[in-house]
Design a protein around this ligand. Sequence first.
Ligand SMILES: Cc1cc2nc3c(=O)[nH]c(=O)nc-3n(C[C@H](O)[C@H](O)[C@H](O)COP(=O)(O)O)c2cc1C
Length: 336
Amino acid sequence: MTSYPKTDALMARGRDFLGTDHAILCGAMSWVSERNLVSAISNAGGFGVIACGAMTPELLDAEIAATKAMTDKPFGVNLITMHPQLFDLIKVCGRHGVGHVVLAGGIPPKGSVEAIKAFDAKVIVFAPTLALAKKLLRSGADALVIEGMEAGGHIGPVSTSVLAQEFLPELAEDYVVFVAGGIGRGEAIAGYLEMGASGVQLGTRFACATESIAHPDFKKAFFRAKARDAEASVQVDPRLPVIPVRALKNKGTDAFTAKQREVAGILDTGSIEMLEAQLQIEHYWAGALRRAVIDGDVENGSLMAGQSVGMVTQEEPAADIIAALMRQCEDALARR
Ligand SMILES: Cc1cc2nc3c(=O)[nH]c(=O)nc-3n(C[C@H](O)[C@H](O)[C@H](O)COP(=O)(O)O)c2cc1C
C-alpha cells in the first residue's frame, strides 16, 4: 500500500468528511459522471459524484442503485438547484441513504438544505462570493467548493488562485473547503492544501479516464486540445444573465451564441418569463453536451472542458490518475 503521509495529514479533515482515503472529488460532469466513472473513482479511494443534471427522479433512482451495485465506498449526488423536481430528487437521495448531496447551479432554494439534512446527509454547496459562502455555511451547509473560472462547464468570473486567497484564510479554519478549477497535477493540490483547503475537486482530468463512458471521439478531442482551446462562452444580451460555460471551441460554441440571440428575441416578445428563458439555455447545454459525450458529435456538441485539458493526454484508469496526483502532491510537499 503506497503511503502519502504529508498529503494524508493535510487532507485529514476532508478525508473524514468524505469518508474516503483521499480528499479528491471527481466533480459531477453531466452525462460523464454516471455509475461507471463514479464507482471507479470511489473504488480508487477518491470521491465520485453522480451528475443528476436533467435526469428525472426515476432515472436518478436507477443510477444511484446501479452505482451502489458497483461500489461499497462513499459517493455523492450532484443536484442542480433550478431542476423543477429538486425536492423529489432529494427524496430519492434520502431513500437510498446517499451520504453527501452537492447543490450546484445557484443558491439552494428555501428548505432544500433542511430536506437533505433531515436524512443525515451532508450538504456541499458552491458560493461565488465570500459573503454568500459565510451565509450558506452558517445556515446549515456542511462544506463548500470554491470553483475558479479555469474549470470546465459553467463558470464564474474569478480565477481559482484568487478565490483561494480570498476564501481560505477566512473560512478554512472553521469549515471544510474544497478547491476546484484548473487543477491538473498534484503540485497544485499541495499548494491549495497548504493554504488550508481540506481537499480538491477535479473534473477535466477525470473526464477521459478509461472507465468514463464518454465517446472515443470526445476523448480524442480532449487529448488533442491545449489550455487555450478551452474558451469561455460570451453572454450576448445584458438581460439574459447566461452563466458562461467553458468548452473546447467548435461549431457548437458558435451555435450557443446563436441560441442566446434566439432566446433573447423571444424574451423581447414577452412570451416567456426570465426563468423559462434561462431554463431553455440550460436545456440547450444538456442536449449539446449529450451530443458530444454520448454520440461523439465533436463538431456540433458541447465539449465542456477546463483549461487543464492540455494535461489530459491519454486514457488512463481512474486509479492511476488518482495515484499520480497523490504522488505528485506528496513529492512536492516532501521537497518543501
Ligand atoms: C464535461 C463537464 C461537465 C460538467 N458538468 C457539471 C454538472 O453537471 N454539474 C456541476 O456542478 N459541475 C459540472 N462540471 C464541473 C465539474 O464538476 C468540476 O467542478 C470542474 O470540472 C472542475 O474544474 P476542472 O475542469 O478544471 O477540473 C462539469 C465539468 C465538465 C468538464
